[in-house]
Design a protein around this ligand. Structure first.
Ligand code: BGC
Length: 417
């Protein structure tokens, strides 16, 4: 029974933080690292037009080409034990990370046993600390050979992904939670519709191929892992947005329905029967007004994204219809001076708690992110970490908000106010 006064979370609730390989490990050689090399100058130049004056003033590093090279990232590949010690000390009992496919299969069909062993050790390090691993198989970059084969546009990737998933499931039987794909539709639309991420295409047909191949790849990987470990819990990390119809006007409600169907529901429905859990990432709330967004933006993150703490609860309420356990796989904000993180996190969790009380089966929450990291085409200036990283010395500094979150993780409840 949940005691409402105390805002206690259900027993066994999983608390933690998330990262992804390319964003924290350092020294990855994949299609992204190649793309970075070819685009740094342009990205540094475009900062002038892409970001608001207050962002430009606060983060002058966005004008430096070096900001856009992932390089050593947070050196987490070498420091994961130390980083997990920090997470453990902050009361985390789970952790989400991703395996870097290009390390595992640097050449077609040639699997690197040393790298497989590395990730086995990462999982063991988490288990030793009593932290439940959530393992993502693909968080966006591809091995170079695979990108050269056409990446997600080519049907052949389905078989490659299935083989890779099978290999990892056999190699690391200690993993219970597998997340096959991270935010497939975010990747597909940035890389194949908007053309701002590798391979920078703007082609609707290509986009359709990509998204369909992602659906098939997930299903194949699901079946392959399930055959090896029938008890494992498999899902994707789905990017969902809370769309709201401005003033409940008919046209806005209709547009909201279309947006929900296209963005929030299509992929999940396509993989029906091939998921045991729903992993969800939420960052956005969009108020729809005749096809435009009309957010109030009372508070914003350093990315100039609205901070709307009710959003996460709305998103999970909507997901309850699938009748599967829900895990928050990502939720967080870029906040370099840590002036908004504690407020945003606590308020969001209050709303999440209400949704759980209403019966929404949320079983865990991993905050994005454990560490400051490489934010894709934006580079290093956005600071998403509970833990600050000094990129020169690689020193870690725990932010104040991380301690506030630790209190929640350790007590499994929110202080009632
Ligand atoms: C991605 C992360 C990213 C975060 C913040 C999510 O869409 O999965 O890789 O860092 O958003 O932008």
């Amino acid at each position: 029974m949940i005691n409402t006064k105390e805002k206690k979370f259900p027993d066994g609730f999983l608390w933690g933080a998330a990262t992804s390989a390319h964003q924290v490990e350092g020294n990855n050689q994949n299609d992204w690292s190649e793309w970075e090399k070819n685009n740094v100058e342009r990205l540094a130049r475009e900062a002038k037009i892409k970001y608001t004056p207050w962002q430009q003033e606060k983060f002058p590093e966005m004008f430096e080409p070096v900001n856009y090279i992932s390089g050593r990232a947070a050196d987490h590949y070498n420091r994961y034990e130390e980083d997990f010690d920090i997470a453990k000390s902050l009361g985390h009992n789970s952790h989400r990370f991703s395996i870097e496919w290009s390390r595992i299969e640097p050449e077609e069909g040639k699997f690197n046993e040393k790298e497989i062993e590395h990730y086995r050790q990462v999982v063991k390090a988490l288990r030793r600390r009593g932290m439940e691993p959530f393992v993502t198989l693909w968080h966006w970059p591809l091995p170079l050979w695979l990108a050269e084969h056409g990446g997600w546009e080519s049907k052949s990737i389905i078989g490659y992904f299935e083989r890779y998933a099978k290999k990892m499931a056999e190699a690391i039987p200690e993993v219970k939670f597998w997340i096959t794909l991270n935010e497939p539709e975010v990747y597909a639309s940035h890389s194949y519709l908007k053309g701002n991420w590798p391979p920078q295409k703007r082609n609707y047909l290509a986009y359709r191929h990509v998204i369909r191949n992602l659906v098939s790849a997930h299903k194949k990987a699901y079946t392959a892992i399930k055959l090896i470990h029938p008890d494992s819990k498999i899902g994707i990390a789905k990017h969902n947005i809370y769309f709201e119809a401005y003033r409940n006007r008919f046209i806005n409600k209709l547009l909201k329905k279309i947006a929900d169907m296209w963005w929030n529901e299509w992929f999940i429905k396509k993989i029906a029967g091939h998921q045991d859990v729903i992993g969800v990432n939420n960052y956005h709330h969009n108020i729809i007004n005749y096809g435009f967004y009309k957010n109030e933006n009372k508070r914003m993150s350093d990315m100039a994204w609205e901070l709307y703490p009710e959003s996460l609860a709305f998103v999970v309420r909507d997901l309850a219809k699938y009748k599967l356990p829900i895990y928050i796989a990502e939720h967080g904000l870029a906040d370099a001076d840590d002036s908004r993180r504690e407020w945003f996190l606590t308020e969001s969790l209050k709303h999440l708690h209400s949704a759980i009380e209403e019966g929404v089966p949320v079983k865990g929450y991993t905050h994005w992110s454990l560490l400051d990291n490489f934010e894709w085409d934006k580079g290093f200036w956005p600071r998403f970490g509970l833990v600050e990283v000094d990129y020169k010395t690689m020193e870690r500094r725990i932010r104040g908000s991380a301690y506030a979150y630790a209190k929640i993780c350790k007590s499994n409840k929110l202080e009632s106010r």
